[in-house]
Ligand binder design. Structure first.
Ligand code: SF4
Length: 424
């Protein structure tokens, strides 16, 4: 595949970038890509020899905010970015050609760098009335997008409109605008939603390709994880105030002046995935919440319909309870936790009380382990039969009574007259 002749580093040096600034840029890219700092020499080495990447930038149904963001880039500067890192072959707002000459420049670049350029699309793509709401060189923008994306090594949709239609694609939009994914979506597509895109994320996506020869890993919406893999709320500098329940309740009130959390003024940070608090905007100077405005969730799908109104908490955070707001759910959760805590505390106290009483009683009762002994069966000696001495037999010798009948004969003692032996 064809590439511009000069290397990226040569072009940057020619633009006046110092070696120190180049290394700082490499370190910054490592940080943006959520890589350890040890990767920055590898990025620097890769960029030194990498050829500049040809870019064809298309603009459809949009306000131009992404081009504005590109022009406001400071790390690297727009000049360094456009004339050093990238080889911007076509951009209707920045090129000097116009009309047919511009169209010819685009087709020539597509031929020269076929399968070697990156197509960047800014803005939504109207589909109503055969796409006639937005035309370029007399052709529907939709057809131009399909044609340019067809020969690209990668397609990068910058901004929320190119992501999924954005504001022009919101409910009721007469042009039936859609995102790039619905026109030219495939595995080569990388979505960088945001209103506008953070140019640092665009640069990092390209640097990832130049360094590792592959584009970054994405989520199911084709958004690079390094930029859209973390919850914005978790990276916000006002998060501490959220935890302490310190909220601004009205614009300009004491809480707002003290930099407290903007949750109650409608901030969508808890529902938004983006790296705005760390990547920042305007030369890493600030971002929405730091500047005092709540996040509007512009990196999320259908944000215009799904994340609004901008200054109210989301009314329907869960699909199975569409009439319950997140605040009501929060209150219910807090109430539930409080009730559970009270019940738990009461139960613990009652258990403690009971233990104390039982313990008191236990201290009074000396519990004696029952001694279990197996007694040998007592085999009694057979008792000697107690044979009582026969009682003295009183032998009464009766005086012979002279009877005329004859002589008196003393009768001998009978056995039944003997006393029975006593039981011992
Ligand atoms: Fe979260 Fe928004 Fe509060 Fe920051 S200002 S902590 S993003 S709710």
């Amino acid at each position: 595949m064809n590439r511009p002749d000069d290397s990226l580093y040569d072009a940057l040096v020619r633009r006046g970038m110092s070696r120190r600034a180049f290394l700082r840029f490499s370190a910054l890219m490592a940080a943006t890509l959520a890589l350890p700092a040890t990767y920055s020499p590898q990025i620097a080495a890769a960029l030194e020899s990498a050829p500049r990447l040809p870019l064809i930038w298309l603009r459809g149904q949009a306000c131009g905010g992404n081009t504005e963001a590109l022009l406001a880039a400071t790390v690297p500067t727009t000049a360094e970015l456009l004339l050093g890192l990238l080889s911007l072959e076509y951009h209707e707002s920045l090129m000097t050609s116009s009309g047919n000459a511009a169209v010819l420049a685009r087709t020539a670049a597509m031929e020269r760098y076929r399968d070697g350029y990156v197509a960047v699309v800014e803005g939504a793509i109207p589909t109503a009335d055969d796409g006639m709401a937005c035309t370029v060189g007399g052709r529907a923008f939709r057809d131009v997008v399909q044609e340019v994306c067809d020969g690209a090594i990668a397609i990068i949709a910058v901004g929320s409109c190119a992501f999924d239609g954005g504001a022009p694609g919101a409910n009721g939009g007469p042009t039936k605008a859609v995102g790039v994914g619905q026109v030219a979506g495939d595995a080569r597509l990388f979505n960088l939603p945001g209103c506008p895109v953070n140019v640092e994320n665009l640069t990092a996506t390209i640097v990832n390709y130049l360094t590792f020869n592959e584009f970054p890993v994405t989520d199911s919406k084709r958004r690079p994880l390094f930029a859209y893999g973390g919850l914005l709320h978790n990276q916000c500098e006002r998060r501490g105030h959220f935890e302490f329940g310190e909220f601004a309740l009205a614009w300009g009130d004491e809480g707002a002046q003290k930099g407290w959390c903007l949750y109650k003024l409608g901030c969508k940070g808890p529902e938004t995935f983006a790296n705005c608090p760390t990547a920042l905007y305007g030369g890493r100077a600030s971002w929405a919440v730091k500047a005092g405005h709540g996040c509007i969730g512009c990196t999320m799908p259908s944000f215009w319909d799904a994340m609004g109104p901008a200054y109210q908490r989301l009314p329907a955070p869960i699909p199975f309870a569409p009439n319950i707001s997140s605040d009501e759910i929060g209150l219910a959760l807090v109430g539930g936790v409080a009730a559970a805590t009270v019940v738990h505390g009461a139960a613990t106290y009652a258990r403690e009380l009971r233990n104390r009483v039982v313990g008191h009683r236990r201290r009074e009762v000396v519990f004696v382990e029952p001694a279990i002994t197996i007694a040998e069966p007592a085999i009694a000696e057979p008792a000697e039969p107690a044979i009582a001495e026969p009682a003295e037999t009183a032998i009464v010798v009766a005086e012979p009574v002279a009877t005329p009948a004859g002589p008196v004969v003393e009768s001998a003692p009978q056995p039944e007259d003997l006393a029975a032996p006593e039981e011992s």
